[in-house]
Design a protein around this ligand. Structure first.
Ligand SMILES: NC(=O)c1ccc[n+]([C@@H]2O[C@H](COP(=O)([O-])OP(=O)(O)OC[C@H]3O[C@@H](n4cnc5c(N)ncnc54)[C@H](O)[C@@H]3O)[C@@H](O)[C@H]2O)c1
Length: 448
C-alpha cells in the first residue's frame, strides 16, 4: 500500500492496486518525474543502490513502492475457513495462492478432484500442495506475495492433549520456521494476519458481584468437578457463583489445552517478529466458527458439525457437563470478512482482536436448534461429565474490532444454521466418529 499522504493520489494508487497490470509503480513524493514502472516480480530493483543513485541524480529524493497487484498467500486455504477467505479475497481483486498439505483427517470426507483438492476450492486460486514443515515449501510459495494469511494448523482441542509433540510441531514449530524464512529471505510481504483462537483465554471473563470487579478465574478444581458443580466460583472456599460476561482482549490468557498453548505461542511469535521486521501484523482470536465446508467427519472440531453428524445418523448429540456452558458461534463468512478487512487495511499495527458475534448461546441450545432445523425429534444426551481442557463459559466482546475497523457480523444464528443444514444435506453423508473420539478420551482419562 502506498505510504503517500495525498488523499487524491492515494485513491489513484488504490485503484491501480486492484485493476492495474502486473507492474509495480515506483514514485517519488518530491518530483513528478519520479514515476516509474517495474515488473512486479522485480520491484526492488529501484532500491538497488546503483539504480537509487541514478534516480537521485535525476532529482528524485524519496521513493514509495506501490504494488499494483495484491497477492495473498493463504496457508490452510483448502480448509474450512481458509477456503471462504480465498473466495472473498478473489472477489475483492486479490491474486491468491493457497498452500495446504491436504491433511487426511480434514479432507478425507470431502469431495475431491483428481489431484486431491476439495472441489469447493476456488479455481482462480493458484494451488501449492505442501507442508509448512517441509524445508523450502513456504519460501517457494512467497513469490510475488504481498499479503500473508496464516491459517494452517491442526485444530482439535481434545486430540492435542494426546498428540502433544505432533500438535506442537505442526502449529508452533511450523510458525517458527515461517517467521525465520520471513526474516532471512528477500520477499514482498507487507501485511500479515494470523488465525488465533478464543481458546487462549481459557475461562472467559466473569463479574464478581460481592467485590464489583471483573475476574479471570482459575480452572475449576477437580474436587468441584467431581461433585458435578459446574459454574465457576469466586475461589475454592467460596460458594459465590461468578457471572459470565463478554470476554475482552485484555483478559489474562490462561490456555487450558496444548492446542490453546500452540495458538497463544503462534499469536505472540507473529506479533513480536512481525514488529521486529516492520511488517504490520494482526492476530484474530476466532470464536467458534461454523458454516459450509466444515469437516463433518472430524470428531475433534466444531460443535455444530459434530452435532449435525450425530443427528443425521439419528443419534442424540452428546453434551458434556449440564449443557448450559455458553459459547459464541460466528458464521464463517463473517470470519472471512474480518480477515479480508484486516488484510486490506493499511494501518501499521501489531495487535490482537476478537472475532465473534458478542452473543452467548448454551451448548444444549445449539443441539436443540439443530434438531429442530433438521426435523429430528432427538433431545441432546446430557452426559454430566467433564472433558479435560473445556471451559465453562467464553463469549466475545467485539467492541475493539468494531471501534477500530467497523466490523459487524452480518449473519444471524438461525439463518447461519439453516444455511449450514442446507449445505450438509447436499454434502456427502458424514460418518459419525463421536464414539471413537469418546473412547479415546476415556482411554487417556481426559473425561471425568
Ligand atoms: N474453526 C474454528 O472454529 C476455529 C476457531 C478458532 C481458531 N481457528 C483457527 O483457524 C484456522 C483455520 O481453522 P479451520 O477450522 O479452517 O481448520 P481446517 O482443519 O478446516 O483447515 C486447516 C487447513 O490447514 C491445513 N494444514 C494443517 N497443517 C498444515 C501444514 N503443516 N502445512 C500446510 N497445511 C496445513 C489442513 O490440511 C487444512 O486444510 C486454524 O488456525 C485454527 O486454529 C478455527
Amino acid at each position: 500500500m502506498a505510504h503517500d499522504r495525498c488523499p487524491a493520489r492515494l485513491c489513484v494508487w488504490r485503484l491501480l492496486e486492484v485493476w492495474g497490470p502486473a507492474f509495480t509503480i515506483v514514485l517519488s513524493t518530491d518530483a513528478p518525474q519520479g514515476l516509474a514502472l517495474a515488473p512486479s516480480a522485480f520491484p526492488s530493483i529501484f532500491f538497488w543502490p546503483p539504480a537509487r543513485g541514478a534516480c537521485r541524480l535525476a532529482g528524485i529524493k524519496e521513493f514509495v513502492l506501490v504494488m499494483t497487484r495484491r497477492h495473498a498467500l493463504v496457508t490452510g486455504g483448502a480448509g474450512f475457513i481458509g477456503s471462504h477467505l480465498v473466495d472473498l479475497l478473489i472477489a475483492r481483486g486479490f491474486d491468491v495462492t493457497v498452500l495446504d498439505c491436504l491433511s487426511p483427517q480434514v479432507h478425507s470426507d470431502a469431495e475431491v478432484d483428481a489431484d486431491g483438492w476439495p472441489v469447493y476450492l476456488n479455481r482462480a486460486a493458484r494451488r501449492i500442495k505442501g507442508n509448512l514443515l517441509d524445508r523450502g515449501v513456504f519460501e517457494a510459495s512467497l513469490e510475488n506475495v504481498t499479503h500473508l494469511a496464516h491459517l494452517a494448523a491442526y485444530v482439535g482441542v481434545g486430540q492435542s492433549m494426546t498428540e502433544i509433540a505432533n500438535y506442537t510441531r505442526n502449529n508452533t514449530l511450523a510458525s517458527a520456521a515461517m517467521l525465520e524464512t520471513l526474516s532471512l529471505v528477500p520477499h514482498t510481504v507487507k501485511r500479515i494476519v494470523v488465525a488465533s483462537s478464543m481458546s487462549i483465554y481459557g475461562e472467559g471473563q466473569y463479574w464478581r458481584r460481592s467485590t464489583k470487579e471483573y475476574v479471570a478465574p482459575s480452572p475449576r478444581s477437580s474436587r468441584q468437578l467431581e461433585r458435578r458443580i459446574w459454574e465457576c466460583k469466586a475461589d475454592e472456599s467460596s460458594e459465590e457463583e461468578l457471572e459470565p460476561v463478554p470476554t475482552t482482549e485484555d483478559k489474562p490468557l490462561q490456555p487450558a489445552s496444548i492446542y490453546a498453548i500452540n495458538k497463544r505461542d503462534q499469536e505472540e511469535m507473529f506479533l513480536v517478529v512481525g514488529r521486529a521486521l516492520g511488517i504490520p501484523t494482526i492476530a484474530l482470536r476466532l470464536f467458534n466458527t461454523y458454516g459450509s465446508r466444515q469437516s463433518l467427519g472430524n470428531p475433534y472440531t466444531g460443535v455444530a458439525a459434530i452435532f449435525i453428524a450425530r443427528l443425521l445418523n439419528n443419534e442424540a448429540p452428546l453434551v458434556f457437563e449440564d449443557g448450559n456452558q455458553k459459547r459464541d458461534l460466528v458464521h464463517v463468512r463473517d470470519v472471512a470478512s474480518a480477515f479480508a478487512t484486516m488484510l486490506e487495511d493499511d494501518k501499521p499495527m501489531w495487535k490482537a482482536f476478537n472475532v465473534g458475534t458478542g452473543n452467548a448461546i448454551a451448548v444444549k441450545d445449539i443441539a436443540s436448534t439443530l434438531a429442530r432445523l433438521l426435523n429430528k425429534d432427538i433431545a441432546p444426551r446430557v452426559l454430566e461429565k467433564y472433558r479435560v481442557g473445556d471451559v465453562r463459559h467464553c463469549f466475545a466482546d467485539i467492541s475493539k474490532i468494531r471501534r477500530e475497523f467497523g466490523f459487524r457480523p452480518g449473519t444471524s444464528f438461525d439463518g447461519g444454521m439453516k444455511e449450514l443444514i442446507d449445505w450438509v444435506e447436499v454434502a456427502r453423508k458424514p460418518r459419525d466418529r463421536s464414539s471413537e473420539s469418546m473412547s479415546e478420551l476415556v482411554q487417556y482419562r481426559l473425561v471425568v
